[in-house]
Design a protein around this ligand. Structure first.
Ligand code: GLN
Length: 322
């Protein structure tokens, strides 16, 4: 077994080094200094197995902020707090094909319900309805769920939050629009604060790999043997990740990689791999969670080297769910 694991990690190291240079085809997000100033050639991956072991390679100890990956967690938290039917009254489950921060469809399609919770309009709506009355309680609902999955208290990067807050012009515009159409349950400032705080939480590839693992097990934590959220919520979330998780490149991602995944502008990708009986090539026949960090992103906002690495892995190790 150790010999097998060694062989798999030799391959993984080789693939990380093979795709790392492709980061030059992308660029670090430049709207705030904390994202712009990192080394774009970093590439790290952690694959978390249900027995608690990990396969890791590259810059897997780097920390980065959750950014849009947080949309998955807040959606699950809102479903836990209010039930899925209430949440789906406020936000639809249709992909858009537009950029993640696009405002256009809110007006074109009456009554202006956000198309899905993986774009900013949907995520702001979800942030506005999280359980609790104050922004503190709403943020707490998010943090508690994170803590149940990752088993560590999440830390917010205050500098990132401050810069996000100062540059959130478009998010503020989206929130005002949603307030006017009645989809935002809190005030504009509260929704923004909760959303930008969740975006600013500091994680490692391992943390998001563990969340991916819990999703692979339909809300059950295979390491701590605890059902954290209902399986219906997990299935709904994974369907949203497949159809909307990689922004307006989600179709290509499903077609060419075939894994429920969610990216963030900081260069993180979280993916979830179910167990399957018929995949002799996979080191993870019982499924796994994948966390990737590669800060240079493409025009859609997805990690360039990270997506290439994931594509290669999915092919070599039979991870494609289709
Ligand atoms: N903070 C960013 C925003 O809301 C994060 C979005 C993202 O990761 N795509 O614009």
């Amino acid at each position: 077994k150790n010999h097998e694991k060694h062989r798999h990690s030799v391959y993984l190291n080789q693939w990380v080094e093979q795709y790392r240079p492709y980061a030059v085809q992308g660029q670090c997000a430049a709207y705030i200094p904390a994202l712009e100033k990192v080394d774009p050639l970093q590439l790290g991956i952690v694959m978390a197995a249900p027995d608690g072991t990990v396969l890791e390679s590259g810059d897997c100890k780097s920390s980065f902020t959750l950014q849009s990956i947080s949309k998955v967690i807040s959606f699950i938290a809102a479903c836990i707090d209010f039930g899925t039917s209430y949440v789906l009254d406020k936000v639809d489950v249709e992909p858009t094909g537009d950029a993640f921060n696009s405002i256009i469809r809110l007006e074109v399609h009456k009554p202006g319900r956000p198309f899905n919770p993986m774009i900013n309009a949907g995520a702001l709506t979800v942030a506005s309805l999280l359980g609790g009355r104050s922004t503190f309680e709403k943020t707490e609902s998010f943090l508690t769920l994170f803590e149940k999955m990752v088993r560590k208290r999440p830390v917010m990067n205050e500098a990132v939050f401050q810069s996000e807050w100062q540059t959130a012009h478009r998010n503020r515009a989206l929130a005002y629009y949603l307030k006017e159409t009645g989809f935002l349950e809190s005030t504009v400032e509260e929704a923004l604060e909760v959303y930008l705080k969740q975006c600013s939480i500091e994680v490692t590839a391992q943390d998001i790999a563990i969340i991916g693992l819990v999703l692979a097990y339909d809300g059950f934590h295979p390491i701590y043997k605890e059902q954290i959220f209902p399986k219906e919520v997990a299935r709904l979330t994974k369907a949203l990740m497949v159809t909307c998780g990689m922004y307006n490149a989600s179709g290509k991602f499903a077609a060419l990689i075939g894994l429920p995944a969610k990216s963030g502008v900081s260069g993180g990708i979280m993916a979830t791999v179910p167990g399957r009986v018929n995949s002799p090539n996979s080191p993870f026949p019982h499924g796994c969670g994948i966390g990737i960090y590669g800060p240079a992103i493409d025009e859609y906002g997805n990690s360039v080297a990270g997506a290439m690495l994931l594509k290669h892995l999915a092919r070599e190790w039979d991870l494609n769910i289709f």
